[in-house]
Design a protein. Structure first.
Length: 316
């Protein structure tokens, strides 16, 4: 009988966790003749009662395990920690807010059991709960990264996917500090079956991702899987050098033939601001790549564990 590990990153999800556990546990009961389950909740530095809820569940159900970080390390680190702690033949990553329907697990499991695929991934066909601005920027992001990266980025792709142990081991072998899991899942390859579904509303609580965090996450994905921005910066520099050469020739020609004096300071000030802005923009692109390289060379841990269900039981 196969074992399925369910990895659930949690940040301030005290109200969602009991509902999530109850819903997924129903699926586990329905599938008990096919597979066994383990829950791995990762508390990513929550400030509410998330850890207390996880302790209660762990005491009530031996299938429930949890990892609690020493501080907030981010969802990517939480996912990595959960994958690393998983022991199942198949592993799935899910959000605690139940926007991804757990009922799909049955279909995903049956597809993997055929042996034809190594991963069954989901993608949403709608953006329920998203603001208009977020919908627009999400669409643009997938269009952009799909063109400039060398990996397949499926629009609407979710973190909710069921993977074989072989694929999980491949993902875990990439121990980079700056992580973008959607890109990493695509980078390792393996045969993937995509399932469409309609995104549900959150069952409780509020999302922890504001526009600023999502924008930073998008930049993380672009920098992690494409060097196109560096090429763009170089091309912009070449373009402005060409313009400068042409303008110099024009100014010299006009001065020698017609004695036309050089234009006044307003035009010069505008040019200086334009060129200066472009230089800072290109420098910022280079700086973004250098900062990621700097963080990688430090070899800092992806996460730090403060407590698990085992340490809590020993303490008692």
């Amino acid at each position: 009988m196969k074992k399925i590990s369910i990895v659930v990153p949690c940040h301030n999800e005290e109200s969602s966790i009991p509902l999530f556990y109850e819903e997924v546990n129903k699926i586990a009961e329905d599938m008990k003749k096919k597979a066994t389950f383990e829950f791995i909740f990762v508390n990513d530095g929550s400030k509410d009662q998330t850890l207390e809820e996880l302790r209660k569940l762990s005491e009530k159900d031996s299938k429930v395990r949890y990892i609690s970080f020493s501080r907030n390390f981010g969802k990517e680190s939480a996912m990595y920690a959960g994958l690393e702690a998983s022991t199942g033949d198949y592993v799935t990553t899910m959000d605690a807010d139940l926007q991804d329907p757990p009922s799909l697990l049955k279909e995903m499991f049956d597809i993997l059991e055929t042996g034809e695929y190594d991963c069954v991934a989901t993608k949403s066909t709608n953006r329920k709960g998203y603001s208009f601005l977020r919908k627009i920027f999400t669409k643009w992001f997938y269009q952009l990264i799909g063109k400039i990266s060398n990996i397949e980025m499926v629009p609407g792709a979710r973190d909710f996917r069921l993977m074989t142990r072989q694929m999980i081991d491949a993902v875990l072998s990439m121990k980079e500090y700056n992580r973008y899991s959607k890109g990493l899942f695509s980078f390792v390859g393996f045969e993937t079956k995509w399932i469409d579904f309609e995104l549900e509303e959150r069952v409780a609580g509020k999302t922890n991702f504001n526009f600023g965090k999502l924008f930073a996450y998008a930049l993380e994905g672009i920098v992690a899987f494409s060097t196109a921005p560096l090429v763009f910066a170089a091309l912009v520099g070449m373009f402005f050098c060409l313009i400068a050469v042409i303008l110099i020739i024009i100014i010299i020609t006009k001065t020698l033939i017609w004695g036309d004096p050089v234009g006044g300071w307003p035009s010069m000030a505008c040019i200086m601001f334009l060129v200066g802005g472009v230089q800072l923009f290109c420098t910022g692109i280079i700086g973004e790549y250098l900062s990621k390289t700097y963080l990688e060379t430090k070899k800092r841990p992806i996460y730090i564990i403060k407590e698990t269900e085992k340490s809590e039981r020993k303490r008692k």
